[in-house]
Write a protein that binds this ligand. Sequence first.
Ligand SMILES: *Cc1c(COP(=O)(O)O)cnc(C)c1O
Length: 387
Amino acid sequence: MIPYGRQDITQADIDAVEAVLRSDFLTQGPTVPRFEQAVAEYCSAQYGVAVNSATSALHIACQALGLGPGDWLWTSPNTFVASANCGLHCGANVDFVDIDSRSYNMSVEQLTAKLEIAEREGRLPKVVVPVHFAGQPCDMPAIARLAKHYGFKIIEDASHAIGANCRSEPVGRCDHSDITVFSFHPVKIITTGEGGIAMTNDAILAERLRRLRTHGITRDPNHMTEPPDGPWYYEQVELGENYRMTDLAAALGASQLDRIDAYIARRHEIAEGYDDALADLPVTTPWRDPKDHSALHLYPILINDSAGKSRREVFEAMRAAGIGVNVHYIPVHIHPVYRKLGFTHDQFPVAEDYYQRAISLPLFPGIDASSQNTVIETLGRATDSKL
Ligand SMILES: *Cc1c(COP(=O)(O)O)cnc(C)c1O
């Protein structure tokens, strides 16, 4: 099976993890802050707070921004469930903004229209979570202008987009957001096994994120309510979680980060190969904004009506031929958890139409030319209405 995504592990990665295994600290040692510093330097942010997943990073990001019962979080329906679940975990209400039919990202027009209505009805969102789908950045300057006007906070879910540029600015620098989250799951751009990080330029938010990832405990007397009993003293000042990243994971991540630019260059080569090879097939290849630089986490194609084959037929033919195609994403609002909250089919028609036709082709740095050709030839046969 040719997978849709796969990690690349080198001897340098293995050596880096082995060195931590032989050291004094498997967790809460020096490797996590070193990795945080390296990611912060890479994307020119002030602070990085590493955690055990992007899901955890989204959760503590919402907590740190004070999201709670009675508040609203808005995100894109075309995302992994974690982008929305973070709102529910804080006891907030969740709503969605339909996507743009070209970028498959949250539509700025739809967001603008929805904000106007929400303002009249007195239910403006406290937090908006734009998702840089497939690695293609959202229009962050426009979303940030709306944030300023309507007074909401922004968490960028950049799980697909470490290494991308929005205009010429690195995603993660938080020029247009309060917090940016990256994922280090093995299918993502770089990996720590499981892992994630929250980037911010706000020292107070960074401090709060650090505290929330470790139970809400502080050892800083300035943040305590009582004078310390002694040198052992700590206080739990709010309810947090144990979301810490291990030093083993951080060592892998730091080693992977050394190769990120080569990974993204390779992803661009593969995508350009698909762009050319698929140009005459009855499929729509993904658009990339020439003003941005995508991290190209995914290569989602749409099966056009002219194919004379359904998405399901094409998907099954690809899988039968040993190609690990996938679908990103089932719109979040049609999962049972969200339908129980009152969401219905057809509420976000652009995301649902996209979902009906989408297939993600294999895209990862280690795919070789012959495997990519197999994908292309198989797709050609699978979409040929004469076969
Ligand atoms: C992968 C992903 C997440 C969750 O990442 P984990 O590190 O697996 O928790 C969240 N949002 C999006 C858009 C993702 O693709």
